[in-house]
Design a protein around this ligand. Structure first.
Ligand SMILES: C[S@@+](CC[C@H](N)C(=O)[O-])C[C@H]1O[C@@H](n2cnc3c(N)ncnc32)[C@H](O)[C@@H]1O
Length: 323
């Protein structure tokens, strides 16, 4: 069938708007653990029975997941595609289900966007720590090898993972024989502790509890990693945290900032621009910063930028103390 191209842009706008239906289908399938049971081919009726769901509703849900290429359908049986097996089944090392659960929590807050734009105030009504922190682990597991490869760890022994969350990067440093300090809030460190214990790395990582804006963060570090923490704060807090970090580093120490980013127009790439809205909704002062802005904060805090690397949708900015 030939498609009329007269209203292509209208179609694009409609797609932009209905994206949330698609999103909702994936969130629900993840919640109901549909992918975990579909490693083997099953009919909708059997899936419904196993998961205690309505059979008609389940069939419609599974059909839509086929359309999204997360399931395949043969006759009346459904099975995961290789993508779903790799990323949506809980046992997989590449599982994304926790970050998807975190997105569901954020959904509640995003529903208040009208109000947020009118008042300029965040709408952080819903928050759930476990899916947030395990969700960070889902993402960092996919990124850790690329990120660590970019760091020059020669001569680096004492590392601070500031706002290290689940400790994904801390564990990688520990596996390389470094003395690692993971600083975060006490309730987050409870979750990190479980993950670290599972890896048998409890003796190689020191957990430091506190608020990095107001509490001491230690000193004598050869390297400080700040991964995905600055976007939650405004310029004043960022500059004061960078100055504090400057004091915590050894004279030839390195600060590595890993962040979402924007270009100098603050409009591209899309991930950075939309993530800014997420911070607008969920924090009083946070947003995505441009690479130029981050470099500026570093310079104003006494650092010399020594390297900027793009890691897909994020950026790694490495700097040292200016002499
Ligand atoms: C988005 S997560 C990033 C986690 C980890 N660095 C990563 O990249 O996977 C931000 C982390 O910073 C921590 N954090 C944010 N503000 C903090 C503060 N003022 N003091 C201590 N930790 C803080 C949060 O608890 C959370 O674990």
């Amino acid at each position: 069938m030939k498609e009329t191209s007269k209203h292509k842009e209208a179609k694009r706008i409609r797609e932009l708007v209905f994206n949330y239906w698609v999103s909702r289908v994936v969130l629900t399938a993840n919640n109901l653990r549909v992918f975990d049971v579909l490693e083997k081919p099953l009919t909708a009726k059997t899936v419904a029975k196993r998961l205690a769901l309505d059979p008609r509703a389940t069939e419609l849900l599974l059909n839509s997941l086929v359309s999204l290429k997360l399931l395949k359908k043969k006759g009346n049986r459904f099975i995961n595609t290789s993508t779903a097996s790799k990323y949506l089944v809980q046992q997989s090392p590449f599982y994304l289900g926790d970050i998807i659960r975190h997105n569901e929590v954020l959904w509640t807050n995003w529903s208040y966007l009208n109000e947020v734009i009118k008042t300029g105030k965040p709408a952080s009504r819903a928050f759930e720590l476990e899916s947030f922190i395990l969700g960070m682990h889902n993402l960092a597991r996919l990124k850790k090898d690329v990120l660590i490869k970019q760091l020059d760890l020669k001569g680096v022994q004492r590392i601070l993972d500031l706002g290290g969350g689940p400790g994904t990067y801390s564990m990688e440093f520990a596996k390389r024989g470094k003395d690692v300090y993971l600083f975060d809030r006490p309730e987050t460190l409870e979750i990190a502790r479980n993950l670290i214990d599972k890896e048998g790395l409890e003796d190689s990582i020191t957990l430091l509890e506190g608020d990095f804006l107001t509490d001491p963060i230690g000193s004598g570090y050869d390297m400080v990693l700040m991964s995905q923490i600055l976007h939650a704060y405004g310029k004043r807090d960022i500059k004061s945290l960078l100055k504090k970090t400057w004091r915590a580093l050894n004279p030839s120490g390195t600060l590595a900032i890993h962040e979402f980013y924007l270009d100098s127009s603050l409009t591209e790439p899309l991930t950075g621009a939309i993530f800014s809205i997420n911070m607008l909704i969920n924090t009083p002062q946070g947003r995505t910063y441009s690479v130029q802005e981050l470099k500026g904060f570093l310079r104003q805090s006494g650092f010399k930028v020594i390297g900027v690397q793009r890691l897909d949708d994020t950026v790694l900015i490495q700097s040292q103390k200016r002499r």
